[in-house]
Design a protein around this ligand. Sequence first.
Ligand SMILES: Nc1ncnc2c1ncn2[C@@H]1O[C@H](COP(=O)(O)OP(=O)(O)OP(=O)(O)O)[C@@H](O)[C@H]1O
Ligand SMILES: [Mg+2]
Length: 424
Amino acid sequence: MTTSTPVCGIDFGTSNSGVAIVRDGVTEMVPVEGAHTTIPSAIFFPAKGEHPLYGRAAVEAYTIHEPGRLLRSLKSILGSELIAEKTAVGGQYRSFEDILVGYVQHLKAKAEAHAGCKISRVVMGRPVHFVDDNDVVDARAEAKLGDIARRAGFKSVAFQFEPIAAALSFEHTLASDELVFIADIGGGTADFSIVQVGPARRAKPNRADDILANDGIRVGGTNLDMRLSMSAVMPHLGSHAQSIKGLDLPRWPFVDLATWHRIHTIATPKNLHTLQQILSDCAEPELFQRYLDIIRQQTGHLLAARVEQCKIDLSSVDPAAIDLNGIVDDVTVTAGKHLFETAIVHELERIAATVAATLTAAGLERSEITTLFLTGGTAAVPAVKTLLLALLPQAHAVEGDLFNSVGFGLALEAQRHFARRKAA
Ligand SMILES: Nc1ncnc2c1ncn2[C@@H]1O[C@H](COP(=O)(O)OP(=O)(O)OP(=O)(O)O)[C@@H](O)[C@H]1O
Ligand SMILES: [Mg+2]
């Protein structure tokens, strides 16, 4: 089944985004930044009100200290009140929603440039749950993402769960039917689906019967970055220091600096006043001074990126250094795999509990799963992979394209969805 004009799928990820199109029955990833088929979900507003930069260009501008502001992980605020708030960027106040409209417009323009024509129909990916345990907020987050896509210029907007999109990508490669457990562990969420896939099922107009269960939690690579930062870096900035009176320092400054989507919320005049007070009360002011320097010099995102790089390095080496050059020049930090894996125990437990809940919802024993399809960048963390394999002992693991499976599958879904609507 083909559609005459191209349709697209957009995987708006917490850390990276991707776009795929289907035209004349052929599905392909769109080069969204140079030849790359993924783009960091990062936006940089130069101080002087020029147009924003997106992706690697945004990160680069920030890294070389161009005056301006970097925003990252904005997907994380979709379900929160923050989405309606305005923030000072590029010399004016803009709402986060408007900023995201610009981002989706940017992705749409890339798809259209590649297709050579306008594209008005999109399937947007969404996590199974934008937030944990709150269906109302969850529905609001999806509605908001729909508004954003329409305001970006799409006329028809549909949604699909990200792990189902990954299942469609996997199915695209299959020669026989399989029952697959999909684990899509990205930057912001861990999403799971159990799906019957295979060539005989591909053409079915309605796949509802093939989907045995979906579940997900708000645990992803950015949480692991936060834990690593809290364990390995924040003690050097005073997180374990006490006040002169012997009390613990407040935790929020450290948690916020270690949390990607909260970094830009720290430097308000009110907070700066409080932070200054913490410094005056601190028994080890030389440590907390480092913290304040990071806030004043706006190197918080750089720090988060260096911690993230250490986490990625830990997937293949042990120990790994956290390069603090240009952030805290008098400190060197090395983190070992053991420290990292100890720091993320809570996240691993939550992943394990959600895998179990997904199996229960499908009415399956863990031994009945024979294929585990892994996608999302955090599936590359050895402790995560080992855990999933231990939870599904009969499964053989298929490592998909960690960064493109969801986007590609969303385009397959767009083809199916819009062809069906046309036929209806
Ligand atoms: N080799 C690696 N080892 C460990 N983590 C990695 C590796 N490569 C990427 N990551 C992590 O994967 C995450 C990004 O993955 P991905 O691009 O799949 O997320 P996303 O799709 O943007 O997020 P989500 O789907 O949760 O909204 C980041 O936290 C990144 O640090
Ligand atoms: Mg993803």
